[in-house]
Design a protein around this ligand. Structure first.
Ligand code: PLP
Length: 385
């Protein structure tokens, strides 16, 4: 059965060009980039090139890039490394809708006695910047606010936030795992101090990420050991991952406008098609400020998991807003923070597209969904018959 993959915010296909680029670094060019010999040294040169390519996509200096193991590691390092470097400051500001890679760290810090402020969002998933402003004080070590939400695609006004935070001399970190490659980011013109990125969200392999650290930002290393990454992240480098990430960033930069335009038009077609053919459904999140690839739709009175299972029978991959992995069927913390009503939050589905999706796949999905929704509503205990 053909797979229609609309779950690109979970992970993406490794681009063919990326795979070709990294193949030699498993069995042929397997030297250690830190070795003195030429065999290892040539690998070191490729890592340097990858650093330059990633820096070019982000608009920063290559020396400001630290390669990490994943987006989660980048987020953990940014927050904990800043707190260690500013031992006299005991307050962290974040939002209620962060990914667990940030939220769990903040909640753990709270249990250790730090003051953690989780900013609220409105029903469209937007922040109230005056709430942020009134919480910035001398005790605040770091503000960590995501660039774009992984569930709804809502994009926060991060540049404006960074400016507010910077004007108070506070460190600003953004989790840009879902934003990089989808919306323009130019760090040379911003007040962002720390930024996290993950390779597997932009067609590079899993197990590699980046933490951007603006020159002059105080940050204690998270991983201690060897001198890799200038002593800022010890551990022998994930050579194929890093080289692959460099190539993926080059591809993202090269085809940026064209690909994002295509992805947005497919996403819009999918969304409009579904809304036109199904009653009692709505798009979650601020459609005025949203990633071009994401659509989070609530189908009232039915369970997201049931929709996913029925879509799966047709090879259509998406994800739901309920935390089914935890064994509970609690709606996601993001939709709850937005105040999405219970009956809608339970029936939410996230479609997330990539450059590899086609119009044919969109048409196929728009055709399959209405009978699935109608069937599940017939069975729904929430609808009086
Ligand atoms: N931050 C956001 C917004 C994400 O969507 C994800 C993954 O879904 C992460 C962080 C974690 O990234 P990784 O899977 O590379 O650890």
């Amino acid at each position: 059965m053909k797979v229609v993959y609309f779950d690109n915010n979970a992970t993406t296909k490794v681009a063919d060009e990326v795979l070709e680029e990294i193949k030699p670094y498993f069995c042929d060019l397997y030297g250690n980039p830190s070795s003195m010999h030429t065999f290892g040294g040539q690998v070191g040169i490729k890592i340097r090139e990858a650093r330059e390519k990633t820096a070019a996509l982000l608009g920063c200096d290559p020396s400001e890039i630290i390669f990490t193991g994943c987006g989660t590691e980048s987020d953990n390092t940014a927050i904990k490394g800043t707190l260690t470097a500013h031992p006299n400051k005991r307050k962290v500001i974040t939002t209620r809708v962060e990914h667990p890679a940030v939220l769990s760290v903040c909640r753990d810090l709270e249990s250790q006695g730090y003051t953690v402020v989780e900013l609220a969002v409105d029903k469209k998933g937007r922040l109230d910047l005056s709430e942020l402003g009134s919480n910035l004080d001398d005790n605040t070590a770091i503000v960590t606010i995501m660039f774009a939400n992984n569930e709804t695609g809502v994009v926060f006004p991060v540049e404006k936030i960074a400016e507010m935070v910077k004007s108070k001399g506070i460190v600003f970190h953004t989790d840009a795992v879902q934003a990089v490659g989808k919306i323009p980011i130019n760090l040379s013109k911003s007040n962002i101090d720390l930024l996290s990125l993950s390779g597997h969200k932009l067609h590079a392999p899993k197990g590699v990420g980046i933490l951007y650290v603006r020159k002059g930002t105080r940050l204690a290393p998270f991983m201690l050991g060897g001198h890799q990454e200038g002593g800022r992240r010890a551990g022998t480098e994930n050579v194929p991952g890093i080289i692959g990430l460099g190539k993926a960033c080059e591809l993202a930069m090269h085809n940026f406008d064209q690909e994002n335009k295509k992805v947005k038009s497919l996403r819009d077609k999918l969304e409009k098609g579904i809304l036109a053919k199904c009653s009692d459904c709505m798009v979650n999140g601020d459609t005025e400020s949203r990633l071009p690839n994401t659509s989070n739709i609530s189908f009232e009175f039915i369970e997201g998991e049931s929709i996913l299972l029925m879509l799966d029978r047709f090879g259509i991959c998406a994800s739901s807003g309920s935390a089914c992995t935890s064994g509970s069927l609690e709606p996601s913390h993001v939709l709850r923070a937005m105040g999405v009503p219970f009956t809608a939050a339970h029936g939410s589905i996230r479609f997330s597209l990539s450059r590899y999706n086609t119009e044919e796949e969109v048409n196929y999905t728009v055709e399959k969904i209405p009978p699935i929704i109608a069937r599940l509503r017939e069975l729904s205990p929430f609808i009086k018959k």
